[in-house]
Design a protein around this ligand. Sequence first.
Ligand code: MN
Length: 275
Amino acid sequence: MPSDRPHILISNDDGIDAPGIVALAAAAAARFPAVTVVAPATEQSGTSHALTLRRPVRVETRGPGAGPARPAGSGWFAVEGTPTDCVSLALFQLLPAAGRPDLVLSGINAGYNLGEDVTYSGTVAAALEARMAGVPSLAISTARDADPASLAAAAEVAVRLAAEVLARGLPEDALLNINVPPNPRGYRVTRQGRRGAFDGVIERPAGTAREFYFVGLPPSTWLHEDGADHAAVAEGFVSITPLHGDLTFHRARPLVEGWGVADWVLPTPPGRETR
Ligand code: MN
């Protein structure tokens, strides 16, 4: 049941001072009556769905107007943690007084989140965390080098889709992964694409001692498949991929059952050998 006064929670993985989240918050604040930003204090790209478990997590309130131009009418919290920490803290600690959000937006990420890259993405993980807590969510990404006008346009695409999700709802467990190219020609609903060749993530040693390496994703070569996210973006369309948190590969279940695992003899724990 959509709220009359929707409350939007915004997070990201590029950090609270990144231009993408400021553009997204500005567009959301212009469209929706209540916007709260809970985002990492520092960049957390590539942290996926990580939780901070072994140290306390500091939260700092930042008012509108401090730092980059933060839109009025929005509350800002900087978290010394991961995108997943941010969404979890927001939903279960920071927001109960203000009310549970109706929707979570994560982004706008500097760099597309296409194909298998969604598994590395803190941007997508923040949206997944929200969805796991029962709050509909969208992850929004654009080109790494997007200029301010392109960021503003991507933010408009995000709030357009947010309004649609608030009005129509999404299936339980579904989140939307949105990738917005510059000057989009239209919208396409896509599937998560796949890399043709995977060359690993280790780019090169730093220095000569070969003791340190830079870890990053090399340029992607994608498989050509109908409806793939990367193809839509390459052709200039906004890519909308519905994702869900269930990683089960259902078609493989009968195959693995066919190994006869139900009849396998179990290992005997030490000390319990039958004599
Ligand atoms: Mn990022």
